[in-house]
Design a protein. Structure first.
Length: 62
């Protein structure tokens, strides 16, 4: 059981060091979000709608 404890300690320390190095490298980066060029947005209803406006229908199921 002691061997597994040392292995877990070494693995956790290694993960911590790798995480700290990745954080140190990425802390100075500037991120900008921009939409992709091109593309088409399409929205459709498939089939016949059951209710024209479900919020204004006469039956309440709640």
């Amino acid at each position: 059981m002691r061997v597994i404890g040392w292995q877990l300690l070494i693995a956790a320390t290694g993960l911590g060091v790798v995480g700290a190095l990745l954080f140190a490298q990425s802390s100075g980066l500037e991120v900008t979000y921009s939409p992709a060029n091109g593309g088409v947005y399409v929205e459709a209803v498939v089939g016949q709608p059951t209710f024209l406006n479900p919020l204004l229908r006469s039956q309440t199921s709640a």
